[in-house]
Ligand binder design. Structure first.
Ligand code: UD1
Length: 355
């Protein structure tokens, strides 16, 4: 297929680009090389055979060039992170919501009907828990008064008893709890609206915590695996927030790339969402220990600090993706963390394996 990949110069985008090329697709990349993600834009090298357009998805003129003649669009270009400051709200709304709306309109103008969209597990908020008395319940946002007292587990909102964490499926109602999550939920709704009025096809990829070669480092948008690796390389202990028992599903970026391309190829009709995870949740404390061991560094320090916007556990059921597209994650936790620990931090450009 001829595929337009937006955000192809980014962390996940670079791996999706490599996977598209490996599977013999013809790729055009549109990326704005935004300065908060690409402080040295000249560091991005365009792989041979790829047409690159440098521009913003909010720019209708460049979008018309970008979508011309393509069979499908993979839309990864976005402002990522968690909304570190309230002042970031307009940028999330503009970059992610307006950007997606403009892209969808350009696709409609050009008659392009297939979209694969990057979303996130954060659209589910705290997900659902199981209360011994009340069954399946949605935990309320955690209160600062509880976090200060180091009470990190969100209780049953009805009786205050502890909850057992449940894996969320794709039909779980949204509960976005920060500006980034809200913008991802909005992108999904815009795409569904577009599909209904144009007959288009959408596969939405709700990514778990993605890690691996090329992860953003030393920026406010760096994920925890990258923050811990950078600390260990300086000889410092990883600083684990809360009590370290918060769970995430850390999924390797090459597995995320293969899932995204499988959905781009395989979703030929309708609108569907897919959770993208390894299927094996881990605690943040476990991850810190794995990285400390791999780098022979100091053991992690559990600090009891917290970030108000954080949810406690994010763990989803990714079986729909496995069943529909016969996708399997290939890179295990220990292998992936060891690879991350031993990458050469001085050569980020060499981290994506091109075919
Ligand atoms: C991450 C992504 C988000 C994505 C979501 C999907 C980043 C920055 N955020 O959010 O874009 O939509 O996964 O599931 O990649 N922590 C520490 N020490 C630190 C920093 C963080 O212990 O120095 C803890 C946090 O309190 C949290 C956990 O690590 O409990 C994960 O944090 P983070 O990597 O920022 O990711 P998420 O908030 O899960």
């Amino acid at each position: 297929m001829r595929v337009l990949l937006t955000g192809g110069a980014g962390f996940i985008g670079g791996h999706v680009l490599a996977e598209l090329l490996r599977r013999n697709h013809e790729v055009r990349v549109l990326d704005s090389l935004r300065p908060d993600v690409h402080p040295t834009p000249s560091a991005w090298t365009v792989p041979a055979g790829v047409e690159a357009l440098i521009g913003d998805v909010r720019d209708a003129a460049i979008l018309d060039r970008a979508v011309a003649g393509v069979d499908a669009v993979v839309h990864l270009a976005a402002k990522v992170g968690l909304g570190v400051a309230i002042g970031d709200m307009p940028d999330y709304a503009s970059s992610n919501e307006v950007g997606t709306a403009e892209l969808l309109v350009a696709m409609a103008r050009a008659g392009v009907s297939r979209l694969t969209l990057a979303s996130s597990m954060v659209v589910y908020g705290e997900g659902f828990g199981h209360c011994a008395e009340h069954g399946r319940v949605r935990p309320a946002p955690r209160l600062e008064s509880a976090l200060v007292q180091q009470r990190f587990e969100p209780p049953c909102p009805l009786c205050g008893q502890p909850l057992e964490n449940l894996l969320v499926a794709e039909d779980t109602p949204f509960d976005p709890r920060n500006a980034y999550a809200t913008s991802k939920a909005a992108q999904e709704f815009y795409a569904a609206n577009w599909a209904r009025s144009t007959g288009g096809t959408v596969a939405t990829m709700r990514y778990h915590n993605v890690y691996g070669p090329g992860m953003p480092r030393d920026t406010p948008y760096a994920g925890v695996a990258s923050i811990f690796t950078s600390a260990l390389r300086r000889g410092a202990a990883p600083r684990v927030f809360e009590d370290g028992r918060q769970r995430r599903d850390f999924v390797h970026v090459r597995d995320v790339a293969s899932a995204t391309v499988a959905a781009c190829e395989g979703q030929t009709t309708g609108v569907a969402a897919y959770n993208v995870g390894s299927g094996t949740p881990r605690t943040v404390g476990d991850m810190a220990e794995a990285l400390s061991r791999a780098l022979n560094g100091p053991p992690p320090v559990v600090t009891g600090q917290y970030r108000l916007g954080d949810v406690r556990h994010i763990t989803a059921d990714s079986s729909r993706l496995r069943n529909r597209f016969d996708w399997r994650p290939r890179i295990g936790f220990a292998e992936g963390m060891a690879e991350l620990a031993h990458l050469d931090p001085a050569s980020p450009g060499a981290m994506v394996r091109l075919p």
